[in-house]
Ligand binder design. Structure first.
Ligand SMILES: [Fe+2]
Length: 357
């Protein structure tokens, strides 16, 4: 039985993602780390596979892994699932984990994994050269691989973009009954508020969040897509979303009367976050893991992040697809995204005090 087969049999909630890849690695449940290091290829021509636990959807990661395998001969076995259960599982498995790489979205999640001791530092000249400093963990426990920008969207029917400026200004009484927000339970909003806490402090951030809540036109939304559709339908005039969701809606309907506005261009820049990866603390194939993460920071896969999910490459030298380019250049917040994780608990409590559901 190979490593991923055991992964599958040991976690029913993730069964949907299981497959039967061919691999030479063998281990048994309950083995210690040293026992389990029998993932020895039959010959040097068959390198050991890399096992990835990922919260990303399969259709976003499989093309990347297939390309990596085609170029290197290294097989990638992966498990997908929700961030929370995935991190809990990695923690519960401890030294016996099958995972070599954790690949997830949002610095808040990566920070949480690092904070639980689930990741090992990566010394890599390739990653240091390709990934800007604010998109990687200061202790190199994880590296951002794609950038997602969370900015303001507005109704092109009812809002003049000259009326827009900052996230903070959406708390003005001028937007009373006109703002839509996604639930505060989504990590994207925890990270946005977490970085505001870092920059503005808690009292000022709390006043802003209270202002947002006072301006809500509707109960909070469960997704950015529904929020964009609500603006198009006239339920509200402005909102805050990750840009790739607007891209997805525009790909379905190019006439959608919703546009994006790059927030905070006169000050700290647009709030950005990452999808990113780290090597697990008990990886059985750390060299393969590092090779995969380094490869993901290079030009070809960086362009694929834009093609597959309308995200931005983390590597500044790589350009985005046309739709994303049509949104124009923007200044991104260069505050290290690690602050989003470090301030996450404070952000959750603050949003609760402010009545942001
Ligand atoms: Fe998302």
């Amino acid at each position: 039985m190979n490593r991923l087969s055991l992964v599958c049999s040991s976690l029913l909630v993730l069964l949907a993602a299981c497959s039967e890849p061919e691999s030479q690695s063998v281990s048994q449940p309950g083995q210690t780390e040293s026992d389990a290091v029998v993932a020895v290829p039959a010959s040097p021509a068959v390198p050991a596979p890399v096992v990835v636990y990922s919260s990303r959807q399969e259709h976003l990661i499989k093309p990347l892994f297939d390309r990596f395998t085609a170029e290197t001969g290294i097989e990638v076995q992966y498990q997908t699932g929700e961030e929370g259960p995935l991190l809990a599982r990695l923690e519960a498995e401890g030294e016996a984990t099958f995972a070599d790489v954790l690949y997830t979205v949002d610095a808040g999640n990566l920070w949480a994994a690092a904070n639980k001791g689930l990741l090992a530092p990566i010394q890599s000249a390739v990653l240091e050269a390709n990934i800007p400093a604010h998109l990687q963990d200061p202790a190199n426990l994880w590296f951002g691989l794609s950038v997602r920008a969370r900015t303001i969207v507005y109704s092109t029917d009812r809002v003049n973009p000259a009326e827009l400026s900052t996230y903070e200004a959406l708390a003005d009484a001028k937007w009373r009954g006109k703002l839509c927000l996604r639930t505060s339970k989504k990590v994207y909003n925890m990270s946005l508020v977490g970085t505001m806490i870092e920059r503005l402090g808690e009292p000022q951030t709390e006043e802003i969040v209270k202002g947002w809540v006072a301006n809500l036109a509707a109960p909070v939304f469960s997704s950015d897509s529904l929020l964009i559709q609500a603006i198009a339908a006239g339920q509200c005039d402005v909102g805050i979303v990750n840009t790739y969701y607007l891209g997805q809606e525009l790909q379905k309907d190019a006439t959608l009367p919703v546009a994006l506005f790059w927030a905070n261009q006169g000050s700290n820049g647009v709030h950005v976050n990452v999808s990113g990866a780290g090597i697990t603390a008990h990886a059985k194939n750390p060299a393969g893991a590092q090779q995969l993460i380094e490869w993901l920071s290079t030009a070809e896969p960086q362009a694929m992040f834009s093609e597959l999910n309308l995200e931005f490459p983390a590597t500044p030298a790589v350009s985005s697809v046309e739709l994303v380019q049509s949104w124009g250049e923007f200044q991104q917040d260069t505050l290290n995204v690690e602050a989003a994780g470090r301030n996450q608990a404070a952000a959750v409590m603050l949003m609760d005090r402010a009545g942001y559901q």
